[in-house]
Design a protein around this ligand. Structure first.
Ligand SMILES: *Cc1c(COP(=O)(O)O)cnc(C)c1O
Length: 391
């Protein structure tokens, strides 16, 4: 008999009932150190007082009106994002997937409204992840996500990751945009080298294309800059954000330049919930913390400690781990042993990590994790590696 929850998830046998900072408490009372943060969502950990305050205050005032009316919290958050980024304008969604939908629509509309309606194709990359909608799975193109869900949305071209010549060779009169994650998340924490991001920007400029960054996972301070592309000094025309921006409240956004957004006038797109008062009140509180230079300096400091510790673990457990990769607090441990064995041994040590493709486990702690907690996490990961090595 089919379970009452559609069985699309392979869940771990864990039930968390409470969260405090970097810790999750299981129904049986065990305390788990959380280096998953709900897959890079709980940017400020669990039950952060400023976020709880923003949410409860707004909840006592007004939950929802409609995008038929002005929403002051949405305006405030849009202004913060525009001030802190390349963008001139923002559209709010409830998720990363919906941000992907709009990014694709916006790119096509840009060219349609510029009398180039033939420009519809979007170049995307193998190993990428852009969400589970029809556009999202067509964009990422992996068989695992698309099998049985055809016919797929046309107009996506998939190229090997990190191959500049292949991109250059695939650009035609029908190309509209290049879509890429500056750091692949689901694909196994693969940061695109800075010169590749620069190369993509140059190709877009030379050919009049739009560059779309998917920073749903790597954005919002995760890599130690507010947005990952800042490390390369390269700006997109359109950017998708979600996960960390709501700190646990469902919220996403598309940020764009005025140029890219030409065509997106009244009636061209919309959302019932996108940017509602509850979500944006929390989003403002997240931005006030994460966009702060001292906060980001702290992320980089703690990321250095975690990375160094992980390098040490790779050195002391060469049969279990192969290498460390990633950026800031978006780190991946490429495993030699099956990554699910490491994941399960970490659960036994009451440490939460997240699996990814390419036999990687992801370490995505809250951005405000403390030095002591990182030390404790490394100790538990060492314990997990000993357990894996002995079986
Ligand atoms: C999680 C993710 C998405 C999809 O976001 P949802 O909120 O799950 O819809 C898209 N792109 C990237 C890079 C992601 O990590």
């Amino acid at each position: 008999m089919i379970p009452s929850i559609l069985p699309t998830y392979a869940r771990a046998p864990l039930t968390f009932v409470k969260g405090q900072g970097s810790w999750l408490i299981e129904a049986d009372g065990r305390r788990f150190l959380d280096l998953g943060a709900g897959i890079a969502v709980n940017a400020l950990g669990h039950a952060h007082p400023a976020l709880t305050e923003a949410l409860t205050t707004q909840a006592q005032t007004l939950w929802h009106t409609s995008n038929l009316y002005n929403i002051p919290q949405q305006q405030a958050l849009a202004d913060k994002l525009v001030d802190a980024s390349f963008a001139d304008t923002v559209f709010f969604t409830n998720s990363g997937t919906e941000a992907c939908e709009l990014a694709v629509k916006m790119a096509r509309k840009h060219f349609a409204s510029a009398d180039q309606p033939e420009r519809v194709d979007i170049i995307a990359f193998e190993g990428s992840f852009h969400g589970r909608s029809s556009a999202g799975i067509a964009a990422a193109g992996s068989e695992k996500m698309t099998a049985g869900f055809g016919p797929l949305l046309p107009g996506f071209i998939h190229l090997p990751w990190n191959d500049h010549d292949a991109v250059a060779a695939s650009i035609t009169d029908t190309t509209a945009a290049i879509l890429i994650e500056p750091v692949q998340g689901e694909g196994g924490i693969r940061p695109l080298p800075d010169q590749c991001l620069k190369g993509l920007r140059d190709l877009c400029d030379e050919n009049g294309l739009l560059l779309i960054f998917d920073e749903v996972q790597c954005g919002m301070g995760r890599t130690g800059k507010l947005f990952a592309h800042e490390w390369a000094g390269v700006e997109p025309d359109i950017m998708m954000v979600a996960k960390g921006i709501g700190g646990g409240f469902p919220l996403g956004a598309v940020l764009a330049t005025e140029h890219a957004a030409t065509g997106m006038g009244p009636g061209t797109h919309g959302s019932t919930y996108g940017g509602n008062p509850l979500a944006c009140a929390v989003g403002c509180a997240v931005m006030d913390h994460v966009a702060d230079a001292d906060f980001l300096a702290g992320v980089n400091r703690i990321a250095g400690q975690l990375r160094q510790g992980l390098e040490g673990l790779v050195a002391s457990h060469p049969d279990v781990f192969e290498s460390v990769r990633g950026s800031g607090l978006m780190l991946g441990l490429k495993c030699k042993a099956p990554n699910t064995d490491v994941l399960n041994a970490a659960y036994d040590a009451q440490l939460i990590t997240v699996p990814a493709a390419d036999n990687v486990i992801r370490l995505l702690p809250p951005l405000n994790i403390s030095e002591d907690e990182v030390t404790e996490a490394l100790k538990r990961l060492d314990q997990a590696a000993i357990q894996v090595a002995s079986t």
